[in-house]
Structures are given as C-alpha cells and as structure tokens.
Design a protein around this ligand. Structure first.
Ligand SMILES: [Zn+2]
Ligand SMILES: [Zn+2]
Length: 145
C-alpha cells in the first residue's frame, strides 16, 4: 500500500494505516487507486505526481509548506547523522573488542605485564610469583591472568 502524509507530503509504502509519517509523525492516508501504477501499485503513475500533490497534499488543511520544502533535505541530513552515529558506534565496539577486559570485574583498566615485568618478578620473588605466566593485571580489582 502506498500512503501519503497530508502534512509534509511524504509518500511512503506502509503495511497498515496506523503507521505514522517517518518524517513529521503525522498519520498517513492511502493514495487513491487511480493514481497508482505498476503491478503492485507501488508508486504514483508518472505524470500524476504533481497533480496528486496539488490535489491531496497542498490543499489539505494540515499541509505545512515549511515541512514540505525542507523534508528531503532534513531526511538526508538525518540519514547522514544516523550513518555517522552507526559508524561511531561500530568504531567504539571495535575498540572495545581490541581492549582486553578483566575476567573478574569486567574493567578495561588493564595493565599489560610485559616480559620485563615477569622477568623482574621472577628474580625478586622466584617461582612463587603469582605473576608467572600471567600477562594482564586489572588496575581495578588487582586480578592477574
Ligand atoms: Zn509527514
Ligand atoms: Zn578486575
């Protein structure tokens, strides 16, 4: 089903009439059959778009010229923002995946115990050192693993 928003003029496919315009959140109305083209009636017939807009959208009392004029621009801005947010979120997740976490408390405030650190503790406290064989230390709870 193809629906239109009386307020901003957005034309969207929708599954039911309870759906709201994804731009201005107004309730959408179905586009009358005579304007629909294609096998699945998925679009407004070529050449009838302007007529449809004038007759059904611009003449509607809810019509908002400002929203109509800025709709496409705003929507593409929103898409860009969402994309940027998604990419930022992905970068954060990747960063988190790279950063080891403490197995006991989950803190990422971790120090790597390097080879040097292990050698030193070996010399100082010998085999009893709890650092032997462990490569990470949690600065939060002190767990080593
Ligand atoms: Zn709308
Ligand atoms: Zn910890």
């Amino acid at each position: 089903m193809l629906c239109y928003c009386k307020k901003c003029g957005r034309i969207v496919r929708c599954d039911n009439l309870d759906e709201q315009c994804d731009y201005c959140s107004s309730i959408v109305c179905p586009v009358p059959d005579e304007y629909l083209g294609g096998k699945s009636k998925g679009f407004i017939k070529k050449g009838l778009e302007q007529q449809f807009i004038d007759k059904y959208i611009k003449s509607s009392p809810e019509f908002d010229q400002y929203l109509f004029d800025h709709r496409d621009e705003d929507l593409s801005k929103r898409r860009m923002e969402n994309k940027a947010k998604l990419e930022h979120g992905k970068a954060v997740l990747e960063e988190q995946a790279r950063t080891p976490k403490c197995p006991s408390c989950g803190s990422s405030n971790i120090s790597k115990i390097g080879v040097v650190g292990r050698a030193v503790s070996f010399k100082l406290v010998g085999f009893a050192s709890s650092k032997i064989g462990k490569t990470h230390k949690c600065n939060n709870c002190g767990t080593m693993w």
